[in-house]
Design a protein around this ligand. Structure first.
Ligand code: SF4
Length: 493
């Protein structure tokens, strides 16, 4: 079997999903949630203004940066769904242009309301919704500008995003199926597990992209107990940059060929098929050899530095800087988003880059303007220094937005911010074990067990999930004390 030059077509079957999307507004306690996927996390200032306007007109005005560098509008009002979707699509924030048109916005809502749209409308909307869902490709927020990068991933990312949206068969992928394209930047999120990861590596002949499945690129670092660890899934092979889109296509086609109906993620597939069999099947879609290189088994990526998302740092291009800050608990209001758009227009390249740390980065700032940009970000309430408590706290929606939550995690996180010692690394407050605010394992997690009470977990590579539970049923004051003790001595709680 060789699919490299043939068209391999199977019927489109979109998987049902409870995840919010642009065309799938999901109900929450505080109203509907509409998620806007941003290619590479990039939002133009005009798009930012459109989102700000839409969030005020059709929702509660609360905008969240997600841990996949997207935005979501909370509190969408009943009866406003179609108008909200129309505004966002007209602003260029939907999937590939042409898949949806104005005539179908009302039908989109009809689909959600379980009324009876026509068959052709349903088909069009399923295709558009699937094309929206599948846009799950993460790149560094400083792609193309990071001085440490081995490769500018932006053009490749655009090719992969076009592929994901244009191949009808990929509509069957889960909305959670996700890819990482890592150019070797120093500012990079490497802790999120991805179904497929690709990472630039410097070979004697030039840059190659190593890839692995169901995990993260391996990174050499000391673990939380000071031991040398190399978490991540090993690289399987490496390809030329020009071969990356074909490889992505082959891996995704292979997943769809081999996955059982309930296998939604690559880890499910690997539980049932040896990786060698998956690679052999992948090879049938490729017109170049996928050679296993034993040397790649020990390959690891250089460590990244998440603190570069905060403050001002020089870019690859001489004389230009990027500056960033963390909105409190990842939330912005419409006025703040408009003000950020104005700063980006006045001092940057008129774009805002969302990051997977739920922060905002503004690129292409002239050296002389960095101080005023940082002053502007701070005036808007963004934390621009790693020592600020709100740069080290994340929290899910909590009980004001989610029926599953055992506590008001947002309010409790703000309470903790006033008590958090500067020595404590990132703390994640989660209303339940689903961990919506963090796709990675935070150094410390407070898992709500009752209103204003939490179990405390410490990240530990020997324990799955949030890590090792080191204290139970703590109040926020008790949690602050325990975190201070742990920061002094990691074995003390
Ligand atoms: S982590 Fe749990 S409580 Fe928090 S938003 Fe997600 S589902 Fe709701």
């Amino acid at each position: 079997m060789n699919h490299a030059s043939s068209s391999f077509v199977t019927p489109v079957t979109a998987r049902p999903s409870a995840c919010p999307g642009l065309l799938r507004i999901v109900a929450a306690l505080d109203g509907g949630i509409c998620r806007v996927k941003l290619p590479g996390g990039v939002l133009r200032s005009t798009e930012a203004r459109a989102i700000a306007e839409a969030s005020e007109q059709h929702a509660a005005g609360v905008i969240e940066v997600t841990n996949r560098a997207n935005l979501q509008i909370r509190g969408v009002m009943a009866g406003h769904e179609a108008a909200l979707i129309e505004t966002l699509v007209n602003a260029g924030l939907g999937p590939t242009a042409g898949l949806i048109d104005a005539a179908n916005y009302g039908a989109a809502v009809a689909l959600d309301a379980s009324t009876a749209p026509t068959a052709s409308t349903t088909t069009t909307l399923l295709a558009a919704s699937a094309a929206d869902d599948v846009r799950n490709l993460m790149i560094s927020p400083s792609a193309g500008r990071d001085p440490q990068a081995l490769f500018d991933t932006r053009a490749l990312a655009a090719q992969i995003l076009a592929l994901l949206q244009s191949e009808p068969r990929f509509a069957a992928l889960s909305p959670k199926f996700a890819l990482l394209l890592d150019g070797g930047e120093q500012l990079a999120m490497l802790d999120h597990p991805h179904d497929v990861w690709l990472a630039a590596t410097a070979a004697p002949e030039g840059v190659r992209f190593a890839f692995g499945l169901a995990g993260c690129p391996p990174v050499a670092r000391a673990d939380d107990r000071g031991r040398n660890a190399k978490p991540g899934t090993p690289a399987l092979a490496a390809v030329l940059p020009s071969q990356v889109p074909a490889l992505v296509n082959a891996l995704l086609q292979t997943f769809l060929d081999l996955a059982a109906p309930d296998d939604t993620r690559m880890r499910h597939l690997l539980a049932a098929h040896p990786v060698e069999a998956v690679l052999q099947h992948t090879q049938t879609y490729l017109d170049f050899p996928l050679n296993r290189d034993p040397a790649l088994a020990d390959w690891h990526r250089a460590p990244a530095d998440a603190s570069l998302r905060l403050g001002a740092h020089p870019q690859r291009m001489a004389g230009t800087w990027q500056a960033g800050g963390q909105p409190p608990l990842g939330r912005l209001d419409a006025a703040t988003l408009r003000a950020l758009a104005t700063i980006a227009e006045d001092s940057g390249d008129a774009t805002l880059h969302m990051t997977p740390w739920q922060s905002v980065l503004l690129p292409d700032i002239a050296a002389h303007a960095t101080a005023s940009v940082l002053t502007g970000l701070a005036a808007l309430g963004l934390a621009c220094k790693a020592t600020q408590p709100l740069a080290r706290l994340i929290a899910c929606a909590g009980s004001t937005g989610c029926a599953k939550s055992q506590a008001d995690t947002k309010a409790d996180a703000l309470h903790l911010a006033a008590l958090l010692p500067t020595t404590v690394e990132q703390v994640h407050l989660s209303g339940c074990p689903r961990s919506c605010a963090a796709a990675h394992r935070a150094p410390y997690t407070l898992l709500a067990v009752a209103p204003r009470h939490y179990d405390l977990y410490r990240r530990d590579d020997d324990h799955p999930g949030f890590g090792q539970c080191v204290a139970h049923h703590l109040t926020i004051e008790q949690a602050a004390d325990a975190l201070a003790r742990l920061a002094r001595s990691p074995f003390d709680a």
